[in-house]
Design a protein around this ligand. Sequence first.
Ligand SMILES: Cc1ncc(COP(=O)(O)O)c(C=O)c1O
Length: 370
Amino acid sequence: MKLHIPDNIVAVKPYPPGKTQAELEREYGITGSIKLASNENAWGPSPKVVRALRSALTAIHRYPDSSSHELVHGLAAKLGFDVDEIVLGNGSNEVIEFLVKAFVREGDEVISSHPSFLMYQKFVQVHGGENYIVPLKDMCHDLKVIQEMISEKTRLVFLDNPNNPTGTSLKPLDLYTFFSKVPESVIIVLDEAYVDFMDNDKQLDIFSLIRNTKGRCPIVSLRTFSKVYGLPGLRIGYGLMSREIAGCLNKVRQPFNINHMAQVGALAALEDNEYYQYIVDVTRQGRAYLHAEVESLGCTVYPSQANFLLIKVRGVGQVLYEALLHRGVIVRPMGAYGFSDCIRVTVGTEEENARFLEEFSGCLKDLSYV
Ligand SMILES: Cc1ncc(COP(=O)(O)O)c(C=O)c1O
């Protein structure tokens, strides 16, 4: 076979997904493992979502509603936006790709941070754009350097707030000041996958950022049903943006990108305010508990506004990760993100957090990482 594989595709490194429990149990011949590796919601979706999904099963012989009418109207009513300011994606990942597809041509520049969510750079590579990567400063996006890097060729800037994998968030005032200095031709993509877990005073006024753009850059906010709503298996996320940008994204979208189950499940999730608040509360409590307990074991824990913690250990993160696997606990090693002395741990249920702490402190002792 003589394939002509383009250089930009050769250069793409596959995304390293978290190990699944089934994989671990098969490989190690163990049972009863726990997974705290993919920033999932450990409690699962609302029981109302599960009920809605069961009754939706009988309609899957039909193509889904291409416009996701009910879900888009539900989101618009809840968030105060117009329906044509919302674009749904097969996970917010797909909205990231829509942005790159619609706005980035060969040679165009896209700025993102390192480390941050790996998919921004991958999509840019795949679509022939140029990645400009700014190292984090004090574990946060370096807005000053990002601003200096913006050129006439810059089309998009990706900022995940909170950042994955550090969990850190930026001060709203610093972000507002930064936005006011970015030219009108550059789209700032604020990836808010973890926004629900942030302290209220750290959340931005997204509505006015998107609506009032006079004299400054447009903002796109990305949200997902994969985290607080516990629906990563359905693949559904969305972006909030101006009508003009949404119109461009809809042109590169496939007609049936949101499957029927995702539309039904997401709408039911959106309607269950009580369950949403419960997940926000238990996640914040678990985060504070894990933070304090891990710190008391002598490790550095970065201040997280998300549903996970980045933990720096006195040793090699990959070695600790493997030791935890042997004890049936899956976390995420951080070598691929450039933090070889760190692991990332998702907040779990009370029982999962206790199990993690027990196995983690056992591993630290076994490995002399204390
Ligand atoms: C910062 C960030 N953005 C986006 C995503 C993707 O979410 P989705 O499941 O909606 O594609 C993730 C997933 O972990 C993430 O961490």
